[in-house]
Each structure stands twice: as C-alpha cells, then as structure tokens.
Design a protein around this ligand. Structure first.
Ligand code: PMV
Length: 318
C-alpha cells in the first residue's frame, strides 16, 4: 500500500502576542526541534471507504465523516476540498503525531494542520504552496481559538522568521546574526481561546489602557525587528524582558511563568518572556550560546518540565 509522510515545525512568538490580535506587529520564528507529522496510507478496496484519522495524542481514531462539522479536522478537510474543488476524498488512513507540546504556545494545532494538508495534497498529486497551506490551516485555527491573528499558520507554513501584521502581506524577517533561545515549559496547559477572551474582556472594560499597552508592545516589536536586522542580538534581551512586563500588566502571566523568567535572568539570560497566549505554556530565554545548558538546568531545577534549546541561524528576508 502506498504511504507518504509530511511534517511541520513548531513556532514561538518572540514579540507581540495578544497585541497582534488588535492589529499590532508581532515577530515569530519556527522551532524545528519539535515537529508535527502526518503519515498517509492509501486504502484500496471498498471496505474502508473515506478518510480515517488516527491521532493517538488526542485519543482520536475515527472516520472523518463522524467528526462534528466544528471539529478543526473537519474544518481543515472542508477548506481543502473547497480549494481543490473535489467532490470527495479517495480512501486513506491518516496518522497524526507530534512532539510539539499541546496547549503550550508552540503552535501544535497549526503544525498538525499543515502536516496533514501537506500529506493529503501530495497524495492527491497537488502539492500546495505555503501561502495556500497557511490560508487553509487558518480555517482550522478558527476552530481551535475563535479569532486567531493568523500568525501561527503563517510562520509554520513558511518555516521562516516573520514580521506579522494581521491583514497585511506577510513580511519575512532578515536575521543578521545567530542567536540561541532556551524554551522552557511551565507544565501548565493553557487554552489560547480562554486567554484571548480574557484579554478581550479587559479591553472592553478599559480600552484606553489596553490600547496603550498594545502600542508599547508594538514599539518593542518594531525595535526588535531593527535589532535582528542589524545583528545586535544582546539588545534583544531587554526588549524581551520589557515585553514580558507588559504581558504581566495585561494579566496573562502567572507566578510560575514569572518565576521561570526571573530564574533565567538570574542564571545569565539576556532577556526572558512568556511566549504565546500565556497563563501557562512556555517562556523563552535569550542566552549566550555557551550558557544555554546552565540556564536550561536552572529552569528545570525551578519547576520547568521540559526545555528546548534552539539556535537561530542568519536568514535573508524574501
Ligand atoms: O497559539 P498561541 O498560544 O501561541 O497564542 C497565539 C498568540 C495570540 O496572540 C495570543 C493569539 C493570536 O491569535 O495571535
């Protein structure tokens, strides 16, 4: 039986989460150390007709047609079907797995969508360009969390650092010098939809104060873009720490996340912040490469359940 597999990386947001939902810029990078994978097995014969999805990480093993129309996988396949203008999919079995921690701000939902789309499109002999992958994955993102900015599907589909402004053409970010991040998981799962809704209700109550915080975050994202383009990496640290402080004021941090960022700074990180929706998930610490292991050890000693050390290499914009 023919089979093929496809993958997609995780991601982290360096600057601008939450503010990006309100039209401010954000910077995100792919995290290649963690990946979502989709393995497709063609099913001949009439006994197994249709699409069968097996996703053991979320305890799902079911034919696609049995999922509710609101399920992210249903939304994804329906968007793909519309795009390809086909009546139905041929029979296949799709097994989905991921090393990206779920509900942790590392883009596991978008990565799973993109790995699935890649596998199915390739099987159908119609490989999709990143712009289409991103657009289709956005449909599933809406099922995961209501009003996504679209940054996750964009950075993961292109697997390149991006400077993202909702509703504007995607800009790729030139990174002039390498840098190293330690990503540390607090072990607390958090629902992006809930945290985005909480920020929304704060915004409803005190629009002026929230808008001012979003503007401060936007200014940091703009400065960070210049710093990355100039390769003055050490200057990135204080900007990250300042972004974290604004996220604290937006009430999306937690004592556990604050403890991890302080631990990273005390252990020699140049800057640290939560990443993603917050109220759980991961923090990022910018570290001198030779201190990555010791900062990681300090974070694990202070309650992080897992760390990932990721090295960004210089890129060209384009
Ligand atoms: O999916 P997460 O947890 O990385 O959060 C995405 C970042 C937010 O700005 C909070 C939401 C969004 O849609 O951009």
């Amino acid at each position: 039986m023919p089979s093929l597999s496809a993958s997609a990386p995780g991601k982290c947001i360096l600057f601008g989460e939450h503010a990006v939902v309100y039209g401010r810029p954000a910077i995100a990078i792919p995290v290649n150390q963690v990946q979502a994978k989709a393995m497709l097995l063609a099913q001949p014969g009439p006994t197994h007709s249709g699409v069968f999805i097996d996703a053991p990480d979320i305890g799902l093993a079911a034919p696609l047609h049995q999922l509710s129309s609101a399920h992210p996988f249903s939304r994804l396949f329906s968007a793909l079907q519309d795009h390809l203008k086909i009546d139905h999919f041929p029979a296949f079995h799709l097994r989905v797995s991921s090393s990206i921690p779920m509900a942790a701000g590392l883009g596991s939902g978008a990565a799973i969508s993109i790995a699935m789309l890649r596998a199915v499109a390739e099987f159908l002999g119609q490989p999709l360009p990143p712009a289409v992958l991103s657009e289709l994955a956005y449909e599933a993102e809406k099922a995961y969390h209501g009003t996504p900015s679209g940054i996750d599907n964009a950075v993961i589909a292109y697997a390149k650092p991006v400077f993202f402004v909702r509703g504007q053409p995607l800009q790729f970010l030139r990174i002039a010098a390498p840098f190293t991040l330690v990503i540390a998981h607090s072990g607390i799962q958090s629902s992006t939809a809930e945290v985005v809704a909480a920020v929304h209700s704060t915004h409803e109550k005190d629009r002026a104060a929230c808008e001012a915080l979003f503007d401060q975050i936007a200014a940091l994202a703009d400065q960070a873009r210049t710093v990355l383009q100039n390769g003055k990496i050490a200057q990135l640290g204080p900007l990250m720490t300042e972004n974290h402080q604004i996220l604290q004021r937006l009430d999306v941090s937690l004592p556990e996340l604050d403890r991890l960022t302080s631990t990273a700074l005390a252990a020699g990180a140049l800057g640290a912040k939560l990443s993603g929706a917050g109220r759980g998930g991961n923090i990022l610490a910018l570290v001198p490469p030779e201190q990555a292991e010791s900062v990681s050890a300090a974070l694990l000693a202070q309650g992080a359940v897992r760390t990932i050390i990721t090295h960004l290499t210089p890129t060209e914009a384009g």
